[in-house]
Design a protein around this ligand. Structure first.
Ligand code: ATP
Ligand code: MG
Length: 563
């Protein structure tokens, strides 16, 4: 193994290319990447994968990554989206430096490049209608033929293009085409459109332009103008790469960036197309772009997903050229691992059942030491009140426990987390036969959770002192869609929405939870991770379930598969 192989082993194919370029002394050892979102929607978890790659490669190689708004399509873009994109990138932990780049700032340069192509006889104005063009273009099995506009002289084309720019023709009346190869097996190389007429107000350029460059012409120029060295995009652009290279070659652009393609992230049980996400928001199927069920970065943030979990997820995915659908469970595992390290433990009861400790003094309150995070000694501990009346989880009691159930049952003893052993002496029922209260005794010798006589209990349950329990709103989320790949079959993706993706309930919680600020996360012990929602008011605190503790979903799936 050579020295170089040793250092690049274990890197994904893109990082290997970058390492090899650096080793070969290309680009004077300076790496410039870019993340080029079109500001026509909010970023989603797929973009996060691209961001981690674009910014990650730059950071690892002491390079820079430009945040560039790919704003060459005047109709759907807006500053609202620019602001959200910038915020999301910072939140993910990446720095794009002092300025945001805009493709629209290069419109003049792009125009001049188009003029240069015409001068060199490599672009021409074409006034064929769409139907007429199809006859010349051919298809995947038939080569195309040169359209009539191709025989115009550069002077004629220059004059026509100038008039296009000056607004003398209607929208769609003419386009500028690159004169490449009508016989090319790659249909994108059969004289693609590089400029079109479009009278629409641009959110930054106003009405300055009525002609706009097409993506394939614009993108390589944007990269070249900015001195980008490595331009990463998703696999569907692989077939456009010859055009990317052709444009820069045709005008002899002094700097040559290179495009590399990787497979896009697809996640099960959600959609990622901006058009579909926009539709979910506009038609109120969700509460907004930042609805915690959305795969958007702001939705994940509101749900309580830490940025480190998204970066870890991106690492776990790796960078390849293989298209596949990633199970949502992979993301959830990354979230759990991160929150397990960082989230303080708190006690909350979702389905309360009253416990009365018949041998505990009526008006007494004592304070017990509760560890904040067993994974993080620096998190310390807090004091929680303990008294005669408690709440426990209704599911932690069974009148007739099956084998393997170690929680409370008549005559059974369990440990209260951070507290004492208690024994269930009697269950009190209402007229319908539902348990409404448990009468228990506590063992004063077991404070701290151990019996001096060495007797053991198998179950430890969470609880709250009834006098110190506050109700809060809890939002529980399930998959937004009930099928793995929404919209992939014959039905509209909207019909595959999961009607039970949001359940709103009430939980009783300890004071430390009531005190949490929007955006803060904690673990509700034995249940899951929860994040305080910005909808919270001083009177009504609201919590989003970020992820449950156990992967209940994959179990359900396994069962389904077995069936
Ligand atoms: P649309 O949904 O309209 O196709 P888009 O998702 O391609 O839009 P862009 O704003 O063009 O959105 O994307 C910016 C960058 O993010 C591009 O470089 C694109 O390749 C990358 N990207 C978009 N979606 C994914 C994805 N699912 N996985 C990885 N990268 C992605
Ligand atoms: Mg795109």
């Amino acid at each position: 193994m050579t020295e170089e192989n040793k250092t690049t082993a274990g890197l994904d194919f893109i990082r290997q290319i970058v390492a090899a370029d650096l080793a070969a002394g290309k680009y004077d050892g300076k790496i410039v990447t870019r993340f080029p979102p079109e500001p026509n929607g909010y970023l989603h978890i797929g973009h996060a994968k691209a961001i981690c790659l674009d910014f990650g490669v730059a950071r690892e190689n002491n390079g820079v990554c430009h945040l560039r708004m790919d704003d060459t399509n005047p109709t759907k873009e807006d500053t609202e989206y620019v602001d959200s994109i910038a915020e999301d990138i910072h939140w993910l932990g990446y720095d794009y430096g002092p300025e945001i780049f805009y493709a629209s700032d290069y419109f003049q340069q792009m125009y001049e490049c188009a003029v240069e192509l015409i001068r060199r006889g490599k672009a021409y104005v074409c006034d064929l209608s769409a139907e007429e063009w199809e006859k010349y273009r051919g298809d995947s099995t038939t080569p195309g033929t040169n359209p009539p506009g191709r025989s115009r002289t550069p002077e004629e084309n220059l004059a026509l293009f100038e008039r296009m720019k000056n607004g003398e023709f209607d929208d769609g009346a003419m386009v500028l085409r690159a004169a490449i190869d009508m016989q090319s097996p790659n249909i994108h190389m059969r004289d693609p459109v590089i400029y079109r007429i479009r009278r629409a107000e641009h959110f930054r350029q106003g009405n300055k332009w009525c002609i706009y460059p097409m993506y394939d012409f614009a993108h390589c120029l944007e990269d070249a103008i900015e001195g980008v060295t490595h331009s990463f995009c998703t696999l569907e652009f692989e077939i456009h790469r010859p055009l990317y290279d052709w444009v820069l070659e045709a005008i002899d652009f002094p700097h040559r960036p290179h495009q590399y393609e990787f497979s896009r992230l697809q996640l099960s049980y959600t959609v990622m197309s901006k058009r579909k996400l926009l539709q979910l928001v506009r038609e109120n199927h969700v509460r907004g772009w930042d609805d915690p069920r959305m795969p958007t970065i702001c939705g994940l943030r509101r749900r309580g997903v830490p940025p480190a979990a998204i970066r870890a997820f991106s690492d776990a995915l790796g960078v390849t050229k293989i298209n596949s659908v990633t199970d949502m469970g992979v993301l959830e595992r990354c979230i759990r691992e991160e929150l397990n390290r960082t989230a303080p433990r708190r006690m909350a009861v979702m389905k309360p059942l009253k416990v009365v400790l018949t041998n505990y003094p009526e008006d007494q309150v004592e304070y017990l030491d509760a560890v904040n995070n067993p994974e993080d000694p620096a998190a310390g501990s807090r004091q929680i009140p303990f008294s005669r009346e408690l709440w426990i989880e209704a599911t932690d009691f069974m009148a007739e426990p099956p084998k393997g159930y170690y929680r409370l049952a008549p005559g059974r003893e369990v440990r209260l987390r951070y507290g004492y052993f208690i024994r269930c002496e009697e269950a009190v029922y209402d007229d319908q036969g539902n348990v409404v209260e448990l009468r228990c005794t506590y063992d004063p010798e077991t404070r701290g959770g151990n019996a001096p006589d060495g007797r053991k209990v198998k179950g430890t349950i969470h609880w709250l002192s009834a006098a110190a329990a506050t109700p809060v709103e809890v939002r529980l989320y399930d998959r937004l869609f009930s099928v793995e790949q929404p919209g992939s079959g014959d039905v509209d993706f909207l019909e595959e929405l999961n009607p039970d993706s949001l359940k709103i309930t009430t939980a009783l919680v300890e004071d430390a939870i009531v005190q949490m600020q929007p955006g803060e996360c904690c673990q509700f012990e034995r249940q899951g991770y929860f994040c305080c929602d910005p909808d919270s008011t001083p009177e009504q605190r609201v919590f989003n379930c970020t992820v449950t503790l156990k992967d209940s979903w994959s179990k359900v799936c396994q069962k389904e598969n077995k069936k």
